[in-house]
Design a protein around this ligand. Structure first.
Ligand SMILES: *[C@@H]1O[C@H](CO)[C@@H](O)[C@H](O)[C@H]1NC(C)=O
Ligand SMILES: *[C@@H]1O[C@H](CO)[C@@H](O)[C@H](O)[C@H]1NC(C)=O
Ligand SMILES: *[C@@H]1O[C@H](CO)[C@@H](O)[C@H](O)[C@H]1NC(C)=O
Length: 242
């Protein structure tokens, strides 16, 4: 082997080593990521039994106006709510905003419990307890409906508000079951969503206290296509909760 080849091999090995150590390790138990003059960002695994990854932006004030918990669709994880600036915006407006990775997504391990309807409701309940969230507003797009709807049907008295965004699983429940849920609800969907928008709206409009916001020129992931209109509608809803 020439000196040149040896140098090349050494360089290759060094590169591999750097790539290896550069990979993210398992998330730490509640690490404070950064703290600006007006903002604190936390991320880590929930402390209790649930062991779910969350990211959270705390408002400057000690007393927040409400707690808002974000779930996510199949193509996403909790990062999307930081990327869109949603968590930061809400914290600026005085809300405690938390996003979680559902089991098997992002930094959360898969969970056996998540395979049944009752298990998913229980898991979400545990996550909220472990995050010390009392009366959350739950934001649930798409796939996350398989968690949010079982939870809503069993524990809606724990929710201060519900924001379904073309969620799955709405067909699993009857008109009468929806009627019984008095939680203030903001139904949002994209004008161009031809997958779940219509089906979920048909079911969700049986919730007695709801309003509907259609985001124009937006598809299934309407918050991604039209973040400004999404944020505007969400804040309007949050600001008027009793
Ligand atoms: C922090 O809050 C103060 C008062 O609300 C504001 O004037 C300032 O611009 C904020 N700083 C940042 C970095 O957002
Ligand atoms: C729908 O309901 C059935 C019966 O309660 C349950 O077995 C199933 O897991 C539910 N599906 C979803 C997607 O929640
Ligand atoms: C319905 O929800 C709105 C908030 O969207 C709330 O202000 C109002 O009090 C609720 N009405 C009832 C009857 O619960």
């Amino acid at each position: 082997m020439s000196r040149y080849q040896a140098a090349l091999l050494g360089l290759g090995l060094l590169l591999m080593f750097l790539l290896y150590v550069g990979l993210p390790g398992p998330p730490e138990q509640t690490s404070q990521l950064w703290r600006g003059p007006n903002i604190t960002v936390l991320a880590g695994l929930t402390r209790g039994h649930s062991q779910i990854f969350y990211r959270e932006v705390l408002p400057l004030q000690q007393a927040h106006r409400a707690e808002v918990v974000f779930l996510h669709g199949k193509a996403f994880n909790s990062h999307i709510w930081e990327q869109l600036g949603t968590l930061q915006l809400l914290s600026k407006r005085g809300y405690r905003a938390v996003a979680i990775d559902l089991p098997g997504f992002g930094n959360s391990a898969p969970s056996q419990e998540a395979s049944t309807e009752a298990g998913r409701a229980k898991l979400l309940k545990q996550v909220l307890r472990d995050l010390e969230v009392q009366n959350a507003v739950l934001v649930s797009p798409s796939l996350s409906g398989s968690y949010a709807l079982p939870f809503l049907m069993r524990s809606h008295h724990q929710l201060r508000g519900f924001v379904p965004i073309a969620p799955t699983s709405t067909r699993n429940y009857t008109k009468e079951q929806f009627w019984a849920v008095k939680t203030p609800t903001l139904i949002m969907f994209g004008e161009l969503d031809h997958t779940l928008a219509r089906e979920s709206l048909q079911q969700l409009h049986h919730l007695p206290n709801h309003s509907v916001v259609k985001l124009y020129k937006a598809g299934h992931a309407c918050y991604l296509h039209s973040p400004e209109a999404f944020h505007h509608a969400l804040l309007e809803f949050l600001d008027h909760l009793p």
